[in-house]
Ligand binder design. Structure first.
Ligand code: NAP
Length: 340
């Protein structure tokens, strides 16, 4: 039997990486190596049960990444801006340094992304031609010619993937595909007042600093990231993608929500300050996300880049099943939202 190809999955115990690990485990031609800080966690055990090799790795420790990547044919990379953003010890550190927790989380994500690239560069020869598959986002600073410099959780990704890799490791860059992910459909859990704000008349209002008819990418992160990345792995390298099951406006989103749940709904384009107020209490979260939604309105979530979609993958003859926003809405239990 031919030797299996090895995919090393960063973030395998999380949403994106977990979806990728599970998709590749379904293909017997692949061995999956799952990277985690804590191989004893229930999520790591679940991956072992599915047949993954679980190894300990820390994104702050480049040596641990180098050894975890040994023999890799494919590396899937993802970084998590929001963990240091919310962690109380990181907030205390940011205060000590005299910087916002938004900038602190930028610095952590930038450093961890750089470590991933530095470690991946040491195994570039074993990687497939399209063997460096990275989850990233557009660069708000560049897309707005320097007008929006505080969409930190976008720029911290784009400053590494692709910029740092392109500049520092041309051979690795040749093997890279950049995968942008749309708004996770689950984001309403973090921003309940922006997605489904109950009005005095009992109706639900969606409220963003985004035009009602502005197309926005929506993504079923757990259900579809694996399918999308698996499809991308069958493409030539060097391209950039948007993983999304639907690209539809927030006006359409709230209409679908109302239709499915049989409740009256409305959409309101609010101001930046309204959105900060809607995030209730944590001003830093409000500022970070409101900046992002203003950016998603103009120039757009993708920063105006031409990104390949699931439809383009299908046109190339590659199977890429994705969940539309409507299908996803129909599968959810909305009782906790409706009971507000
Ligand atoms: N919410 C949205 O709408 C949206 C849209 C597009 C992009 N994003 C981006 O998606 C990213 C989060 O992705 P996700 O939802 O897949 O994250 P997640 O579910 O929180 O998973 C994060 C993973 O990263 C691993 N990890 C975190 N810090 C680590 C470290 N220091 N060393 C080693 N592993 C580490 C964790 O593994 P262990 O804990 O097991 O070590 C976990 O598996 C964020 O950067 C966010 O900006 C979000």
């Amino acid at each position: 039997m031919a030797e299996k190809k090895l995919i090393c999955v960063i973030g395998a115990t999380g949403n994106q990486g977990g979806s990728v690990a599970r998709r590749f485990l379904q293909d017997s031609r692949f061995a999956v190596r799952a990277l985690t800080r804590n191989p004893g966690s229930p999520a790591a055990q679940a991956l072992k049960d599915l047949g993954a090799e679980v190894v300990q790795a820390e994104l702050e420790d480049v040596e641990s990444l180098k050894s975890a990547f040994q023999g890799a044919n494919i590396i899937f990379s993802v970084t998590q801006y929001w963990e240091p953003f919310f962690r109380p010890d990181c907030r205390a550190k940011a205060a000590e340094l005299g910087i916002s927790c938004r900038k602190y989380a930028y610095d952590v994500e930038y450093r961890q992304g750089k470590n991933i690239a530095d470690a991946a560069a040491t195994v570039v020869d074993s990687l497939d031609d399209n063997g460096f598959l990275v989850s990233t986002l557009s660069h708000a600073g560049k897309a707005t010619s320097g007008k929006m410099t505080e969409v930190y959780h976008f720029d911290s990704k784009a400053d590494i993937f692709p910029q740092y890799v392109d500049e520092k490791y041309p051979e690795l860059a040749k093997k890279m595909s950049c995968i942008h992910t749309g708004y996770f459909n689950t984001s309403h859990q973090i921003l309940p007042n922006s997605y489904f704000q109950k009005q005095p008349d009992g109706s639900f209002q969606m409220r963003f600093p985004v035009r009602e008819n502005r197309p926005i990418p929506h993504h079923d992160v757990v259900g579809d990231t694996g399918n999308f990345v698996y499809a991308v792995s069958q493409m030539p390298p060097g391209k950039a993608y948007m993983a999304a099951g639907s690209i539809v406006s927030f006006g359409e989103y709230i209409r679908l929500f109302g239709e499915h749940n049989n409740v009256p709904v409305s959409y309101k384009q609010v101001t930046f300050d309204d959105m900060v107020a809607d995030t209730l209490g944590d001003e830093a979260t409000g500022i970070e996300v409101a900046n992002m939604y203003v950016y998603a309105d103009d120039p757009g979530y993708d920063g105006g880049m031409e990104l390949l979609t699931a439809e383009d993958l299908r046109k190339a003859g590659i199977d890429c099943p994705m969940t539309t926003l409507e299908e996803w809405i129909k599968k959810q239990d909305w009782s906790h939202v409706l009971a507000k």
